[in-house]
Design a protein around this ligand. Structure first.
Ligand code: 13P
Length: 242
């Protein structure tokens, strides 16, 4: 199982960041567990250099520029240079700030060009009774997959994060049956691109619901927000399914 801890902007103290990393290292020794931490960019710079543990690091986003006169941008090359090996892209909290499918596609290309793995987030804002949301998901995948080569496609980790389930409580997460259905649908769409990818679920994953969400849903792991920034919660969550 893959566990990606998206720390968002919750962690601002270097001490807290170090404590979370220390506990993640202990968990990463467990059989069948792959832990990827996505701290803020400065904290990736703090924790990743010289890291020889089984924990990997992700940036929460990167620039779609290639460097130069671009104040405030963090390029893929800079991310790779400090030890990031994954990049979360297209998170709904970035899309909400105006990030288009086109920009996300270009960030995916930069990420791949620098030998890192994109964790591509997709997810509908709401579920309508006509199942329009399925077309929405298909379009989000098409915007990235249609422009890539088969060799590039296969490298992407897809994270299904329905916006309506993000940042709430275990009881607000998707129902396991609905998750299983969606994972099947995503696999079918990816199949149209001759691709078979690892798929994660994100949205109110907590120690109390992770086992239920893992059982029979077909997910390869989880993208975890608020429960990943608390040592006890994250530990309990990983242990519940490993
Ligand atoms: P929560 O786990 O806080 O719902 O966040 C999910 C998420 O957005 C992870 O990227």
């Amino acid at each position: 199982m893959i566990f990606v801890g998206n720390w968002k902007a919750y962690i601002e103290s270097p001490q807290k960041a170090k404590a979370l990393f220390a506990s993640a290292k202990r968990l990463a020794g467990r059989k069948g567990v792959r832990i990827i931490l996505a701290p803020s960019a400065p904290h990736v710079g703090l924790l990743a250099p010289g890291n020889r543990s089984k924990v990997s690091f992700a940036l929460q986003d990167i620039s779609n520029s290639t460097g130069g006169a671009e104040t405030g941008e963090v390029t893929a090359a800079a991310a790779f240079g400090i030890g990031a090996r994954y990049v979360i892209l297209g998170h709904s909290e970035r899309r909400a700030r105006g990030e288009s499918d086109q920009i996300i596609f270009s960030k995916v290309q930069h990420t791949l060009a620098h030998g890192m793995t994109p964790v591509l987030c997709i997810g509908e804002r709401e579920r309508d009774s006509d199942a329009q949301y399925l077309q929405f998901i298909r379009a989000q995948l098409a915007a990235v997959f249609s422009g890539l080569t088969p060799q590039e496609r296969i490298k992407i980790i897809v994270a299904y994060e329905p916006i309506w389930a993000i940042g709430l409580h275990a009881s607000d997460a998707i129902a396991p049956g609905d998750l299983a259905e969606m994972i099947l649908y995503i696999r079918k769409v990816l199949g149209d691109y001759m691709s078979s990818n690892q798929i994660l679920y994100g949205g109110s994953v907590e120690p109390g619901n992770v086992r239920m969400l893992a059982a029979g849903s077909g997910v390869d792991g989880f993208l975890i927000g608020h429960a990943s920034v608390d040592v006890q919660n994250f530990t309990a969550l990983v242990k519940a399914v490993s």
